[in-house]
Ligand binder design. Structure first.
Ligand code: HEM
Length: 183
């Protein structure tokens, strides 16, 4: 009797293992499914630098469409007024997004393009810079000012460099731009 009970128990245990075995053996599809969904769903944008990457994508787009961009720069005693526009609505929209995003970077002191001394210096002085951004029908108007005379120079130089980006494209973006004199 005891032997029979043991056999019954063993058979039962084996059946259980047999049933649940495939579950243990197949975490793959579930795991893969989740993993696949994760990486596909966000288009690879799961990395921590997703935002900087998209800033760079917008910048590359603007450089690529530079011939469709018109810009005027007016110096003020304390900064600049710039109007940057495009008849191409997609370019106009990217211009607006770029400037809003860069304004946020200046406000939060999150440097970009710091390899270029001028850009590094702008972010070192970011707390002294005020940016007022106003969308226009085909682009963006920016009033960028400071109470600090050195920051005013940085703002005005940066405005010149943006115009050079439009004039010369990627070649200009690869250059280093000097910082202004403090006096
Ligand atoms: C055709 C190319 C580009 C266009 C049309 C463009 C446009 C603009 C405009 C309209 C502003 C507002 C300030 C101003 O009008 O002077 C701005 C600010 C800014 N842009 Fe761009 N940009 C271009 C390329 C770049 C590149 C290559 C970078 C760096 C990788 C960059 C980084 C910035 C930063 C950091 C600011 C905020 C700093 C500040 O205004 O002082 N931009 N950009």
């Amino acid at each position: 009797m005891n032997k029979k009970r043991l056999m019954t128990w063993l058979i039962g245990a084996l059946m259980l293992v047999g049933m649940s075995g495939p579950l243990w053996a197949q975490p793959g599809p579930q795991g893969k499914g989740l993993h696949g969904k994760g990486s596909q769903g966000k288009g690879g944008g799961m990395s921590k630098d997703a935002a900087p990457k998209s800033d760079m994508e917008l910048i590359r787009f603007l450089l690529g469409h530079r011939k469709e961009i018109k810009r005027s720069v007016t110096n003020l005693p304390n900064g600049v007024v710039t109007v940057t526009e495009s008849a191409n609505p997609q370019v106009a929209a990217v211009l607006q997004t770029h400037v809003v995003s860069m304004k946020k970077r200046v406000e939060e002191v999150r440097p970009i393009h710091a390899r270029d001394p001028l850009f590094a210096e702008i972010f070192r002085n970011a707390r002294k810079i005020n940016m007022l951004v106003q969308p226009t029908a085909t682009g963006v108007k920016v009033v960028e000012t400071s109470n600090d005379p050195y920051a005013v120079k940085l703002i005005q130089m940066h405005a010149v460099v943006v115009s050079l980006f439009i004039q010369n494209g990627q070649a200009e973006a690869m250059k280093n731009h000097p910082v202004p004199n403090r006096n």
